[in-house]
Design a binder for this molecule. Structure first.
Ligand SMILES: Cc1cc2nc3c(=O)[nH]c(=O)nc-3n(C[C@H](O)[C@H](O)[C@H](O)COP(=O)(O)OP(=O)(O)OC[C@H]3O[C@@H](n4cnc5c(N)ncnc54)[C@H](O)[C@@H]3O)c2cc1C
Length: 382
């Protein structure tokens, strides 16, 4: 199927089959465009992510064809934040969210994409994308395919970021880049309607329920924190995370489902470009919001919706390529630039041990301030 189709011409080629890439492929195929999507992994697969999705995406995901209402997913309406020394505040979440594992969600969307006629090339890493004579040539181990439009939803950091020498890969290590992410699934005793964000020195760890009987336990910390602990995740957890009494309880009283955690490194929150070599960048590839904001997934979906509108107008010949690119970039900035900036500022409140302790103590009598901070990084339903 894939090999016979690979030599054909596509309206749109999408590199990366996470939430951004898959959702765009579904929108395009439903609109009748011939779409090919490349994903380097084989579905279903595990991914580092806190797996809490802001409610702003609910309707969009249902419109894609996934009936969330039928899945009996945990609906999350409360937030607990603790400081490294165990001081704790709680707040209700106005918008709230729901829990769903990426293993399940990405695979469901992949199936919907296939049912709608998207050609999915899984276990296929794209090595190069070349724009010439108003077309894209997408090079992968399967050969070369041609497309009128190319979109990239290849996530936080990909081989193509390095090949294209994007600005953010050239940045020296700073407080906005060089983070690592670690994720486990656990069985534990924790309220279904709550997400907790437990801070520790140089990082924070989220816990919330997903489908079935499991919880997602996922943390972000600096690469330096790991290095300082002999590059041992176990040692770092014992010596640093478990200083927070809430994390000590969770780590000691839960059943860990994976033998080893899922991990990623070199996470950067630096600014990124939304167009690269005429390719429309989606989701984390266009800019990654700090995970404590809990809406990177919604932004990935929303960016695909914006891209779809412009691609559709271009393929209908209502706007030219330059207009498609400019309008997409402009809309992306209107929707997300402020949220990203706010996310970076809020990130700077967390992580520094003494500062976080003081911050939580000071904000404790004013839980509505937490709600205000959340609003600064979230959008509306789209
Ligand atoms: C520690 C941590 C916790 C987080 N927690 C949350 C949370 O609770 N809630 C939330 O909303 N967001 C959270 N996020 C953010 C969220 O995970 C991302 O914003 C979201 O996954 C972005 O989706 P995406 O489609 O852009 O990228 P991804 O989901 O990363 O998908 C990119 C895909 O591209 C593929 N790929 C890469 N290169 C190539 C190539 N050359 N060829 C083919 N395929 C390629 C990859 O295999 C991958 O599947 C968290 C992030 C981190 C790091």
């Amino acid at each position: 199927m894939i090999e016979s189709s690979i030599s054909k011409y596509f309206d749109v080629a999408i590199i990366g089959g996470g939430l951004a890439g898959l959702s765009l492929s579904i929108l395009l195929s439903k609109a009748g465009y011939k779409t090919i999507l490349f994903e380097k992994e084989k579905y279903p697969f595990l991914k580092v992510c806190g797996e809490y999705i802001s409610m702003e995406s609910w309707n969009f995901i249902e419109d894609l064809g996934l009936n969330l209402s039928e899945l009996n997913l945990p609906i999350i309406k409360k937030l607990i934040v603790s400081s490294p020394n165990g001081n704790c505040i709680s707040a209700s979440l106005d918008l709230g969210g729901f829990g769903i594992s990426r293993y399940f969600l990405d695979n469901q969307l992949k199936q919907i994409a296939e049912e709608n006629g998207v050609i999915i090339c899984e276990a296929t890493k794209v090595n190069e994308v070349i724009f010439s004579e108003n077309n894209f040539r997408i090079k992968s181990p399967l050969g070369e395919s041609l497309a009128t439009v190319a979109a990239a939803g290849f996530g936080k950091r990909s081989n193509l970021d390095i090949k294209w020498n994007r600005d953010f890969v050239k940045q020296k290590n700073s407080k906005l880049n060089n983070y690592i992410g670690v994720k486990y699934h656990i069985r534990t005793d924790f309220p279904v309607d709550t997400i907790a964000l437990h801070n520790f020195k140089n990082g924070y760890c989220g816990i919330s329920k997903v489908e079935g009987d499991q919880y997602c336990l996922c943390y972000l910390t600096t690469a330096q924190n790991l290095k300082d602990n002999h590059s041992s995740i176990k040692e770092m957890e014992q010596k640093v995370l478990l200083e927070n009494p809430f994390l000590k309880k969770i780590f000691s009283q839960s059943e860990f489902v994976f033998k080893e955690p899922v991990t990623i490194s070199q996470i950067s929150f630096d600014e990124k470009s939304q167009i690269e070599n005429h390719v429309l960048m989606l989701g984390d590839a266009a800019g990654m919001i700090t995970p404590l904001c809990g809406n990177g997934m919604s932004m990935a979906f929303h960016s695909s919706r914006l891209a779809f509108k412009r691609i559709d107008l271009f393929l209908k010949e209502e706007i030219c390529r330059e207009e498609m690119e400019q309008q997409f970039e402009k809309e992306w900035k209107i929707q997300f630039a402020k949220r990203m900036r706010n996310g970076r500022i809020i990130q700077s409140f967390f992580g520094k041990e003494k500062f976080t302790n003081l911050f939580i103590k000071t904000i404790k009598p004013f839980p509505f301030l937490i709600q205000k901070m959340i609003k600064l990084t979230h959008g509306k339903s789209f």
